[in-house]
Design a protein around this ligand. Sequence first.
Ligand code: PLP
Length: 388
Amino acid sequence: MKDLVSRTVQQLQPSGIRAMFNLASSMEGVINLALGEPDFITPEPIMQAAVRAMAEGKTHYTANAGTLELRRRIAATIHRESGLSLDPESQIIVTVGGMSSLYIGLRTVLNPGDEVLLPSPGWTNYEGQIELAGGRVVRVPMRKEDGFTPRIEDVEKRITPRTKLIMINSPANPTGAVCSLQTLEGIAELARSHDFLVLSDEVYKHMVWDENRHHTIAALPGMFERTITVNSFSKAFAMTGWRIGYTFARQEIISGMVKLQEDVTSCNHALSQEAALTALEREGECTADLVRTFSERRQILTAQLRECSQLSFIPPQGAFYLFLNISDSGLSSQEFALRLLKEKKVCLVPGTAFGPDGEGFVRISYAAATEKLLEAGRRIIEFMEESR
Ligand code: PLP
């Protein structure tokens, strides 16, 4: 049969994270630090809310944009965090994870051939999502000297009349970088003066370390009108399997996203929405343990890796990733990750899975138990010393 699978889908590249994960799954005794998923289970009050909702028969479709009660709670949360006053009826949509927020957000604003500025290295799925939505990826390489945050002149150089949008991810996967207010102001200035949009992926906003601060670019002057902000319950509430996230943006964009959501998934899972409502109502209590634990693990892992002079890294500022510079090994990041898996049974993700600008690095997810992290760190150092 000819052309069974569309050319668009044929051209999609499988995620480099999954590839490593699948390889590791076929081996015994591997310490897997490849997946970006908390090792915690969802906090009890959130689970109880879903159980209660089920017993009360809340098992139906909800409004396409999500229950109004949840959207009101999201509006209150965003107001508390950033001062933005959102209309829950028209400026918020609840989606099937941050992933579908990203995809339907892009699909809503991109026309075929529109250029999307993509800071690189960046999360693996952005490229596929931009292409599926008809956009053309224009990479903006980020430099390790800048702590892997976008340099304004590097962004500016790549702006053309076809530039429709820039992707921002802070705190970032895979680098753990957090954009300073100054960087966000620089990007905002470019967006306003060259008239393009910003898609700000803030799914790791709860995890910001040391003196770093999370800033919502939509709250900067004149930016709400041109920003699509994506959030998720997956990471800080350990709710990856509940598949729930949300977006806020101006009414025209949200109503486009709601139309799309109606055609694609209709709405988010009713029980997940009830669970998410409790998550926001009891946010501090539900996130404190996980956030504190991840911060402690970060300190333990960084202290250990610092002992090896051939390894270097920029101390993670947020999220739960450490982007490790392995260039002293003389191996490419792909070779390093494959050999580390085969010889030391530690699964990491090669930096090039996040774009060519990730060469020389591997990503460690420290969302894993401390003993596993320490043992993995020991094996990484051993491998590094042997490979020289
Ligand atoms: N954005 C980033 C940067 C991520 O790392 C992830 C998940 O790994 C997501 C979005 C999507 O998260 P979810 O769809 O589980 O909400």
